[in-house]
Design a protein around this ligand. Sequence first.
Ligand code: PGA
Length: 241
Amino acid sequence: MQIRYSVDYADISRKAALIIAAQVQIKPHSVLGLATGSTPIGTYKELIRFHHEEDLDFSKVKSVNLDEYYGLGPDHEQSYHYFMRQNFFDHINIHLENTHVPDGLTADVSKTCAEYDAMVASLGGTDIQLLGIGDNGHIAFNEPHSFFFANTHLVDLNEETIKANARFFASENEVPRQAITMGMRSILSAKLILLLASGPKKAAAIGQMIHGPVDPQLPASILQLHPNVMVIADREALALA
Ligand code: PGA
């Protein structure tokens, strides 16, 4: 794993955006694996700025997102479909038909999950996968468990994640209890994984991800098996690294 120390959140965002922008410039048909949550918002802002000020062109880019709350439709303000439009897609020239987010309203979960994995495979995997990390070491909604889930699947969110995400909802009761999440196979199919982390709450998970055993109790530890992972984080997040 390559570690890129950053002075603060703005620096993390700038570094990540520069790498993604270079990828898109070198390969206009890039497949970007995208993430939601607070951490990547600054990266999206920088990429939007590059689009407006430097003509960074997303017209041929395809994207796949990591996850979606089960039961939320694309127009629900807390859905990840909505998040992506608000924070990124509506401000660049990507074609919405080239973007993919799991269907949170599907009536046939296993078919939707299988089709999502097949879609990622048909794109040849992602060129860059942007990731955050949960305080408990989850990546996407792959929660601590007794084994690593390989494929896209429906997951019960654990109490820690529900509490952490309650800040986006009117109350904790409104946080969906399940989500559809990309599994490790598709995540690890990325040619480059960019994992971003900021602040002291991430320090324990980052320390274990880098130095701990590869153990599904710390899902991000599986990244030790990927040949091309770049961790871009500030000193607080890297305090135990
Ligand atoms: P955050 O979430 O970016 O909002 O901290 C990361 C995650 O839970 O994966």
